[in-house]
Design a protein around this ligand. Structure first.
Ligand code: COA
Length: 332
């Protein structure tokens, strides 16, 4: 039987940095408030002519180079994004494939908000284990600045732009295999986080856009509480299912939404500080890109070694959630 191995990681952030100080010139907020309530100090913002597919292609290029897999051997490209180049079609994954010179490939996007990377990891694992595909490029890419309301201090302080990507390949060595991936969703909480406009579910008779409604809207306080509860429960379940103790996890890489959420979940799971990866201070919340960007930071700092198990955990609009136990298995 073929197993799915997490071979490589790459990430890209746009050059421009938006600091808390910069935001305090735009809305009624302060560096002190944002730092205390979220842990965020700055986030990166893409240029006007820099699209989600550009960010995704740059991250994917790095992941490909590090994987040792030839472009011609990639047989599937999946992008997780809530800020695609085009909302209906074509998919951002198809555009990224072309930018990388990947031809004759299966390419599509999925929508699972901040849990997107864990969803595409589970899809890649399933396609490889079924024998249908051998080398899959998965990409979390977001230009959230394009769907952020910079008059709403409750949301605009949180989000940033960036992308992260990984190559998942078939292996017959079980020690290299992704151990488990859990995913879930509950539409009961759909209104906690949404972009109300544009789809057939909006209050309009047509797909006409009403000013402001294509921006993200969030019930921050309720989202916070559901996030802590769901993330903690989800991790406990995946650890119990696989008979692994939280103290034995080398790297806990949660979705980077808010330092206080990460701290509350880490404490509930009795994680030591050195186990928990934090990048929210540098990048803010980059939704589907946040976990692969954090894995990339860990990799580039030289602290991610072959065979070490990463515990991933995410939560986002939908409501969606997911967790994964993933050994880092670069090609030898
Ligand atoms: C958004 C969030 C940072 C707000 O923090 P909070 O501690 O819940 O703050 P509240 O919304 O209760 O607001 C507290 C006060 O701060 C004010 N406030 C809100 N945003 C502010 C800002 N950017 N600057 C200054 N004050 C702000 C509120 O108006 C409120 O004032 P009041 O007490 O006079 O009414 C927090 O709720 C959060 O991070 N939620 C989860 C968001 C998230 O992770 N979403 C993505 C999930 S993937």
């Amino acid at each position: 039987m073929a197993y799915a191995a997490f071979r490589s990681i790459g990430a890209y952030v746009p050059q421009k940095i938006l600091t808390n100080e910069d935001l305090s010139q735009i809305v009624d907020t302060s560096d002190e408030w944002i730092t205390k309530r979220t842990g965020i100090k700055e986030r990166h913002i893409a240029a006007k002519d820099e699209f989600t597919s550009d960010l995704g292609a740059k991250a994917a290029q790095k992941a490909l180079e590090r994987s040792g897999v030839c472009v011609s051997d990639i047989d599937m490209v999946i992008t997780a994004t809530i800020s695609p180049d085009y909302f209906c079609m074509p998919s951002t994954a198809a555009i990224i494939s072309t930018k990388l010179g990947i031809k004759n490939v299966t390419a599509f996007d999925i929508s699972a908000a901040c849990t997107g990377f864990i969803y595409i990891l589970s899809i890649a694992k399933a396609f490889i284990e079924s024998g249908m595909k051998k080398n899959i490029l998965i990409i979390g890419a977001e230009k959230l600045s394009a769907i952020t309301d910079y008059t709403d201090r409750g949301t605009c302080i949180l989000f940033g732009d960036g992308a992260g990507a990984a190559v998942i390949s078939a292996t017959y060595n079980k020690d290299e295999a992704i151990i488990d991936v859990h995913t879930g969703a509950d539409g009961e909480y759909a209104d906690l986080l949404m972009t109300p406009n544009g789809g057939t579910g909006s209050a309009h008779d047509s797909l006409e856009v009403e000013a402001g409604t294509s921006f993200m809207q969030m019930k921050g306080n309720e989202t916070f509480k559901v996030a802590v509860r769901t993330l903690t429960k989800d991790v406990k379940e995946i650890l119990a299912d696989n008979d692994i103790k939280s103290e034995d996890i080398k790297h806990f890489i949660p979705h980077q939404a808010n330092y206080r959420i990460i701290k509350a979940v880490g404490d509930a799971l009795k994680m030591r500080d050195e186990q928990v990866i934090i990048t929210v201070d540098k990048y803010g919340n980059t939704s589907g890109a946040s976990i692969p960007m954090a894995i990339n930071d860990l990799y580039e700092s030289g602290k991610l070694e072959a065979g070490e198990v990463m515990l991933l955990d995410a939560f986002g609009g939908g409501l969606t959630w997911g967790s994964a136990l993933v050994p880092f298995s670069p090609s030898k």
